[in-house]
Design a protein around this ligand. Structure first.
Ligand code: AMP
Length: 673
């Protein structure tokens, strides 16, 4: 057996580059800059601000100069890493490979034998998808602690909203990744403050939530990345920083009951309405859910504000009660209650954000990708405030930030931060789908030619589309994330990317991602279980994520039937079909229906005979090739949705929620919040 080289990269860092894992940026009291805040010439940045602003105090005594100085250093870090992305990427790959050189995957399986250069790495390592490492993941989940993928111990699994065989994918992570994520977060406000000054003088009203978590059979926690972050000391014990000063006390965010969490966060937001300078949630869907909650529950909220108490039947969580009563709801405030009531009573809720939170400068939510469907609703509620997408991240790895946050949603481009991971890009060649379908399919496994097409971060071309492939510190090597990105421009020498879509996904309302194969299987299950007995089958179908007519949005399936039987099909049969489709969809969808209540009941619309012929005629009139035409399994182009809706003969909804339990179906484990 070949000897395993033992390299300690921590001592072998290339000297001309800043260390890749800087300490947290949150320490405003730091007097000398940490080493990574050195300029590309490796000189500490100690010069005074060109024109020193007059020191003014924020509420906790920090001066605006201290904040400005910290912001300046953070922006310099971005300048540095974007100025020589290729060198940084070389170093990142070197670090990842050398510290993991002995792990089973690299050493035994792919015989890298300690090499840390790109050429050998690309020659020996395959480009993989989740299914390729599923057996390794299962071993780790079952308690194998040997270094399979990563030399550092796997601290937990992050459960992705991307699924495999109907269950959330499990992404291994290591303790130090938390710092890398914190680093990305710490870049956001210094960037933002270049465009919107004074944000340190007020608060952010962010609706943030945890989700339930479970344990793998081997005892590792399995939970979504944000749940892991909010429960970590990085978040809970963050030192005071005006940029992470939220209206929601930690206890309200960490409340496992989503109703009490939402209620208390809204209450705290209303009580501190004049201090709020920015509002947001992670995704647009979450923010709209909060407004919807307010629409439903403002009377209860006003009652509590008026009396200065918390209804004990509504808020039962002792930690939430204590935090809200001691930190926010200090006294009865009938004046505020009257005001909120008068605004909420008005017929139109247009501009409700700016009416209730008049100092709000922008709405911080992701509206790229499938979330763009919510832009009109957000514009309505916010009276056209800027919609700001700050970052692009996943369970696998946090990727990048938007350096021009006030741009239009359609122009958002994320700059991948080259220290986060080693990035590669697989070119996407797609057929023009004439706007009829909204999904891009990519080959499942790559042939030799496709493997050779992968390019590095510094080599992507303006205007070209690529699928993102990452190699992470936590043990994913050449892993296909599944996102399609387009190069929109450059920051220094680092590319900036528009998020185009997640490949293969046809339907999404919240964080659910349903692909064509899952949808096909779900339709088949419903037909076999309920329609066949009536001699019925589905001749053609398509689907639509309806976020316009209901809040929360819901899936709509359009079915054109072929019925041989003579007995009329009763409505209850179609309702049963709706439920069977839902039961057949992946666990993220079902969690959205059952636990998060972020997705409404699925609807089946039966359309007249000949509807799908009309749809084909329409696509051909738009330029689709008659020979290559295939019925799109999902539509979003408005005229097509209108065409389908104009031919609906009957519409049926799922009568109840599908089944869902936390954790993977094969684990019989203890679940906790
Ligand atoms: P998860 O692993 O569940 O956190 O999901 C990560 C995925 O969410 C990414 O791979 C993207 O598909 C999507 N996503 C994350 N950030 C953004 C963004 N800023 N814009 C569009 N999609 C995003």
């Amino acid at each position: 057996q070949t000897e395993i080289p033992q390299t300690n990269t921590h001592t072998k860092r290339l000297t001309h580059l800043p260390p890749l894992l800087p300490p947290l940026l949150s320490s405003l009291t730091q007097t000398s800059p940490p080493p990574f805040f050195q300029s590309s010439q490796n000189k500490p940045i100690t010069a005074a601000m060109p024109e020193a602003p007059k020191p003014t105090q924020t509420s906790n005594g920090l001066t605006t100069i201290a904040i400005a100085e910290k912001n300046k250093r953070t922006l310099q870090f971005i300048e540095d890493v974007t100025s020589n992305p290729d060198d940084v990427q070389t170093q990142v790959l070197h670090e990842i490979l050398s510290r993991n050189s002995a792990v089973e995957y690299l050493h035994h399986r792919h015989r890298l034998h300690g090499a840390t250069d790109r050429r050998t790495f690309k020659k020996l390592l395959p480009v993989i998808s989740y299914e390729d490492i599923h057996p390794d993941i299962t071993r780790i989940a079952n308690g194998d602690t040997s270094p399979i993928l990563c030399s550092s111990p796997i601290s937990e699994f992050l459960t992705s909203s991307g699924t495999s065989a109907g269950e959330r994918k499990l992404m291994p992570t290591i303790a130090e990744e938390m710092e890398r994520r914190s680093l990305l977060y710490s870049l956001l406000m210094p960037v933002m403050s270049q465009f919107v000054p004074g944000l340190e003088k007020g608060k952010g009203m962010y609706f943030l939530f945890i989700k339930s978590e479970s344990k793998t059979p081997g005892g590792l926690p399995a939970r979504p990345v944000l749940t892991s972050y909010y429960k970590s000391s990085h978040f809970k014990n963050r030192p005071f920083d005006p940029y992470t000063n939220y209206t929601s006390p930690n206890e309200t965010i960490l409340c496992p009951d989503s109703y009490q969490s939402m209620y208390s966060q809204l209450l705290c937001g209303l009580c501190q309405r004049t201090q709020v300078l920015r509002v947001g949630a992670v995704f647009a869907s979450g923010f709209i859910r909060a407004i919807r909650f307010l629409e439903k529950h403002w009377q209860l909220l006003c009652r509590d504000i008026r009396s200065g108490t918390l209804d004990p039947t509504v808020i039962t969580d002792p930690a939430v009660r204590e935090a809200v009563l001691t930190k926010v709801l200090h006294r009865p405030d009938p004046e505020l209650a009257d005001f909120v009531e008068s605004e909420c009573r008005k017929d139109s809720w247009q501009g409700i954000i700016t009416r209730l939170w008049p100092n709000t400068k922008y709405v911080d939510v992701i509206v790229t990708g499938t979330m763009s469907q919510y832009i009109p609703t957000l514009d309505f509620y916010s009276n056209g405030l800027p919609l700001v997408c700050t970052m692009y991240a996943s369970s696998e790895c946090y990727f990048g930030v938007n350096l021009n946050p006030l741009c239009k949603p359609s122009e958002v481009a994320y700059t991948l931060i080259p220290t986060m991971a080693y990035f590669e890009f697989l070119p996407v060649h797609r057929n023009n789908n004439n706007g009829v379908s909204n999904s891009i399919s990519m080959p499942k496994s790559l042939n030799e030619k496709e493997r050779q097409e992968l390019v590095d971060l510094a080599d992507v071309k303006l205007g070209h589309e690529y699928e993102l492939v990452v190699t992470t510190y936590a043990g994913l090597y050449r892993y296909r994330v599944g996102d399609v990105l387009r190069v929109a421009g450059f920051k220094n020498r680092a590319p900036q990317f528009n998020f185009i879509c997640r490949k293969n996904v046809v339907l999404s309302i919240d964080s659910d991602k349903t692909d064509e194969v899952e949808l096909q299987g779900a339709v088949k299950n419903a037909v076999d279980a309920h329609l066949v007995a009536f001699g019925g089958s589905v001749a053609e179908y398509t689907s639509y994520a309806d976020t316009k007519t209901t809040i929360p949005g819901h899936y709509v399936l359009y079915w054109e039937l072929s019925v041989k039987g003579t007995t009329a099909i009763p409505p209850s049969v179609y309702e049963d079909c709706c439920l069977t489709v839902e039961e057949s969809l992946n666990s993220v969808y079902r969690q959205g229906r059952v636990s998060d209540k972020s997705i409404g009941p699925l609807e089946i619309k039966i359309v007249e005979q000949g509807t799908f012929d009309k749809l084909m005629d329409y696509a051909i009139s738009l330029g689709a090739s008659i020979n290559q035409y295939k019925t799109p399994r999902c539509v979003k182009f408005e005229p097509i949705v209108e065409l389908l809706n104009s031919r609906v003969e009957g519409s049926y909804f799922s009568p109840k929620c599908p089944k869902w339990v936390p954790g993977h179906k094969q684990w019989s484990n203890n679940v906790k919040n």
